[in-house]
Design a protein around this ligand. Structure first.
Ligand SMILES: [Zn+2]
Length: 344
């Protein structure tokens, strides 16, 4: 990912966004990674925290502007999943999110011919904006799942850092699925994920959405949850609705009725989203860096709250968490210094 990003940053100035999409990056993500965050910025502060707060889980604010209290970690390993890129420390979420990932992994393995999930970024220990990779994922209700099936063997921690992403798109063709990598099991996995009522949206590349529209012959009542978006050609992104009774979690507008195989998809498949800026266009205004003070006020308290004792103590399904469903052999519990809240 790092070398991919470096390459992208070198070239993003003179390639079209369509190429960036082929490389699996959101346009906003690319922009978000051009500069290291300043000390004291929300990205720097939240990115430096290594442990979640104690106490019950709640989401503060919106998916793309908020933070998370009482996060729990997805165990690095379970019978039907493996968490990836462990060094990023982004396998934190609300228990509803972690439980859903585990459930999807089991259901897909049992019913869909999908051997298990490789799980990418969820949220940081206290949510908040990330130094790289995402505009959302800030309140513990977003999770990325690879479109690569889990291998039969346990990946080493080093493998989990370096295993390359596999794009579902054909190289050198505009927004076209590569039928040598895409399988009916991919389609079943996506529709399985969309079938849960707590899942509100699933972001996929427009070419994947088109493939689903053209080929899914089962129940289409949840197809509208699959939302075309830049990137998302090697992973999909599951977004849960704000759980019932979660005060402080800002809801997103509901998905429009219908399967979404309509003019909204046609727009994504047309030239407009991918057009290069014309020389006459004004250069885009660089957005001001988000500071902690720009987030909901309660996020300051989330940053200041005492941490849990260890990663293990806050790992879902491990002692003190929910039902025991996973192990945590690759977690860094035991060598994580407690309370990494940087002083400003
Ligand atoms: Zn994502």
């Amino acid at each position: 990912m790092i070398s991919l990003l470096a390459r992208t940053l070198q070239t993003i100035g003179n390639v079209s966004l369509a190429t960036a999409v082929g490389m699996g990056l959101l346009a906003s993500d690319v922009l978000a990674q051009q500069a290291a965050p300043s000390p004291g910025s929300a990205k720097a502060v939240f990115g430096a925290v290594t442990l979640p707060t104690q106490g019950p889980s709640h989401s503060v604010g919106f998916y793309a502007k908020g933070c998370l209290a009482g996060a729990v970690a997805l165990p690095a390993d379970g019978p039907t999943w493996q968490a990836m890129r462990l060094s990023r420390n982004r396998r934190w979420g609300r228990p509803e999110m972690i439980g859903l990932i585990e459930r999807l992994s089991r259901d897909a393995e049992k019913n869909d011919g999908w051997p298990g999930l490789l799980v990418g970024d969820i949220s940081q220990p206290r949510g908040g904006p990330m130094f790289n990779g995402h505009a959302s994922h800030q309140i513990g209700l977003d999770a990325d799942v690879w479109l690569t099936p889990m291998p039969q063997h346990r990946l080493t921690a080093a493998d989990r850092e370096s295993l390359p992403f596999t794009s579902m798109l054909a190289k050198d063709k505009f927004l076209t699925i590569n039928d040598r990598v895409w399988t009916p099991a991919h389609a079943r996995l996506l529709m399985r994920a969309a079938s849960y009522p707590e899942v509100e949206r699933i972001f996929v590349n427009p070419a994947i959405k088109k493939k689903m529209c053209d080929s899914w012959t089962g129940d289409r009542s949840n197809l509208g949850k699959l939302r075309p978006e830049y990137g998302h050609d090697s992973h999909f992104h599951i977004r849960l609705r704000c759980p019932a009774g979660s005060v402080g979690c800002t809801k997103q507008a509901p998905v429009a009725a219908g399967d979404g195989c309509d003019k909204t998809l046609a727009w994504w498949l047309g030239p407009e989203p991918w057009a290069k800026p014309k020389p006459s266009d004004k250069p885009p205004v660089k957005p001001r860096e988000v500071m902690v003070s720009d987030l909901p006020k309660a996020c300051e308290a989330v940053l200041a709250a005492p941490p849990v004792a260890s990663v293990r103590a806050a790992t879902y399904g491990v002692k003190g968490g929910g039902a025991a469903t996973g192990t945590d052999t690759l977690s860094n519990s035991g060598n994580t210094p407690p309370g990494q809240i940087p002083q400003q």
